[in-house]
Structure formats: C-alpha cells, structure tokens
Ligand binder design. Structure first.
Ligand SMILES: C[S@@+](CC[C@H](N)C(=O)[O-])C[C@H]1O[C@@H](n2cnc3c(N)ncnc32)[C@H](O)[C@@H]1O
Length: 377
C-alpha cells in the first residue's frame, strides 16, 4: 500500500506544500514568492491546457493564420469573413494573442512569430485538425485508461490491425498524406543523427509513400533504396520518386511484414515511426525478420518519438503515450525498451542518440554482429 511506503526524500516538503493555506502564505513570503507564483502559473496552464488546444483548433478550422498572412485585420472583418459574431471572434483572437500565436496592434490582429511558424511546419495544421478524433477519445480519460472496446483513433489508423486488403484506399491515402506531411522534420532529425555514407542499399520498412527515402536519396545521391509497405500504400510512392527523378534508384515492394518475406539485398534497414504502432509481440517478430534480412555487420535504424523512461518526457510520455494508447495497438517505448527488443533479436552496438526535438523523433541504431552467432530464440 502506498501509505505504508517509507517516506522518500522530499516527502515532508510535499506534505507541507499540500497543506491548505501554504500556497497563500508562500505566494506572499518574500523568499518563496517568485517560485510559488511560477508554480501556480504552471499548474494553471496544465488545468487549462484543453481550452488552449480547442482554441487552437478553432483558429486552424477558421483558417485565421492564413487569413492574416496578407496583413493585420480587425475582429469585425475576420468575424464577418468566417461567419462568427464580432464579439466572439474577438474572444478567439485575444486567446490567440494570449497564446502568443497572434499579436494585437492598435485594435487589429496580426500573425506573431509562433503563428507564422505554425503555418510553416508542413502537416501541423492537418495534425491539429485530426485531433478532433483524439480529443473525443480523451473525453473520458479514465475510461480510456481502463481499455474501451473501441476508439476513434483505432478507426483512423486501421492499417495497424493489419491484414492485407482490409484498408480502403481512401482511408490509406488520408493517413499516408498526414504522415508524409510531417515526415520532413523526422527525416531532418534522423539524417542529422545517423551517417549513411557507408551504406549501399537502404530498405525502409513501413516507408509509406516514400517521403523519408526521398530525403535520404537527396542527401546520399549514390545510395540504392528499397521501400516496403502495405499494398494500399506502397504504390503511391512511385509518383513521388518519379517527380524527384529517383525512380531508377528505388525498388518498391508491396507486402505486410506480418505475412510476407522482406525484400533482400539491403545492408541497412530503417523503421521510421513504425514500432510505436505495434504490440511488443509484433515488434519482436518484426525485429527477428529484420535481423534475418540483414547481412552480418548490417545496420538497423529506428527513428520515432520515444518515451523518456527514467526521465519522463513531455512529448513521449504525454502526447505519444496517450495517442498510441488511443490507437489501441502499440505504445510509445523508451529508447531503453527499444534497445532491449533489438538485443533480444540478436543486435549489438546499440546506440540511442539524444533527440534534438523529442516531439519530432529520436533515433537509435544497432548492428547485426559481424560473425553472426546462431540465435537462441
Ligand atoms: C506511422 S506510418 C509511418 C510512415 C513513414 N515511415 C513515416 O515516418 O512517415 C506507419 C507505416 O507503416 C506501414 N505499415 C503498417 N503495418 C504494416 C505492415 N504490416 N507491413 C508493412 N507496412 C506496414 C503503414 O502503412 C504506414 O505507412
């Protein structure tokens, strides 16, 4: 029982801080005042986080950022353009300004730096829009934690349940687009973390419509590439590679890593934002397949947002942990957990890079041993 647990260091302080009246005293006492007020403001930010997210949703849905790109506007003009009464539009714009996405100058609202940045991040507005489904799953977070029969997000990403032929093509296209739009940042951070200079052929499993390989191909003009993804997804990559002038450098394979063998011939394999969609059992089977497909000395590259493990991370342990929970199939894993799965499959020289932006991705690499010992599994 928690109450019987020995008092841990700092327990007395927490008991003191939790006492009714302490906050009031601390926010006036000169030595604790600044800290207590900062703590209070941070706490209030957590309490109101969902309101900020919904106000952000309204700004995106009403296309406010794009409308302000041409120049500052009044609440009246913007409200008229999007059919929202002026007084309510002002409430939304004030909220946008309080979140530092907009700024108020002489009665007119303009884009602030963060608002402009939001428009400049490919896929961010689409990601915010699709949060409607995630938000409904979070409406009763305790029910979500207890494990509902079904969730909206599991319907949005049906491919992870995955037998071949079960994903309608239009659904496949919606999520592939969303993934491809956000892939640029993931590719940037991944390519900063790993050097593929010594690789001849890279196989990207779950490579979607090829956005990652397009970036890789641009950075390594002599690299051969293979893409493997579900039959409803992989063929769409053809157009991208043709547009990028890379058609003759990439082989595209349709299949499921649950049922089909992996293509042969690559000396490196990447799994970009793939593992967190799947259960430990599926990941174990996939790791074994990847290990088998690589030659001795071959390299595995895993890149996806990860949980923080012993050092909890805001993106990995809040957003991605709950997102994958709502998807009902996978989970956000820490680098240590992924490293353990790699080691179980037989990989060694496992290195987890410190993420530049944990909300974008974190990268881990591993090698198949040169003198490959028979696996005991
Ligand atoms: C989250 S998306 C990531 C796509 C891409 N790697 C990226 O980072 O943009 C996961 C990808 O894994 C693919 N996928 C899921 N299950 C699969 C399976 N059983 N076999 C092959 N690909 C699969 C999906 O079609 C999807 O393209």
């Amino acid at each position: 029982m928690l109450d019987d647990a020995p008092a841990w260091r700092g327990g007395w302080l927490n008991r003191l801080v939790a006492r009714p009246g302490f906050q009031n005293w601390a926010s006036h006492f000169p030595l604790t005042r600044a800290r207590a007020r900062r703590d209070g403001a941070e706490l209030f930010d957590l309490v109101q986080g969902f309101v900020q997210s919904q106000a952000l949703m309204a700004l995106v849905e009403l296309d406010v950022f794009r409308r302000l790109r041409a120049g500052p506007q009044t609440a009246g003009a913007l409200g008229h353009a999007v059919d929202v009464p002026e007084d309510r539009m002002r409430i939304l714009l004030q909220a946008g300004a309080a979140m530092r996405l907009l700024k108020l100058r002489r009665g007119r609202y303009a884009l602030a730096r963060q608002g402009a940045a939001l428009m400049g991040v490919p896929g961010l507005a689409a990601m915010i829009r699709h949060h409607r489904a995630f938000y409904r799953d979070l409406e009763d977070p305790v029910a979500l934690l207890r494990g509902p029969e079904t969730t909206e997000l599991s319907g949005f990403w049906p491919y992870v349940f995955g037998a071949r032929g079960t994903v309608p093509e239009d659904v496949a296209r919606t999520y592939s687009d969303l993934m491809a739009q956000s892939q640029g940042l993931v590719a940037q951070d991944t390519l900063r973390a790993v050097n593929l200079g010594d690789v001849s052929t890279l196989l990207d499993i779950g490579g979607g419509t090829g956005a990652f390989l397009e970036s890789v191909g641009g950075a390594y003009p002599r690299l051969g590439m293979q893409l493997f993804d579900l039959p409803q997804v992989a063929p769409d990559a053809r157009e991208r590679f043709a547009r990028a002038g890379m058609a003759d450098r990439v082989e595209i394979f349709s299949g499921s890593f649950r049922d089909d063998p992996l293509p042969e011939g690559a000396d490196a394999i990447s799994l970009i934002r793939v593992l967190y969609d799947h259960s430990d059992d599926t990941v174990r089977d996939l790791m074994a397949l990847v290990y088998k497909a690589l030659p001795p000395g071959g390299r595995l590259i895993v890149s996806e947002p990860m949980a923080g493990g012993a050092r909890p991370d805001r993106a990995g342990d809040i957003y991605f942990a709950f997102y994958t929970m709502a998807m009902q199939t996978g989970r956000a894993r820490s680098a240590a957990e992924i490293a353990a799965l790699c080691a179980d499959a037989g990989f060694d020289r496992i290195v987890a890079r410190k993420p530049a932006r944990s909300f974008v991705t974190q990268t881990l690499t591993a090698r198949k041993p040169e003198a490959s010992a028979p696996k005991s599994v």
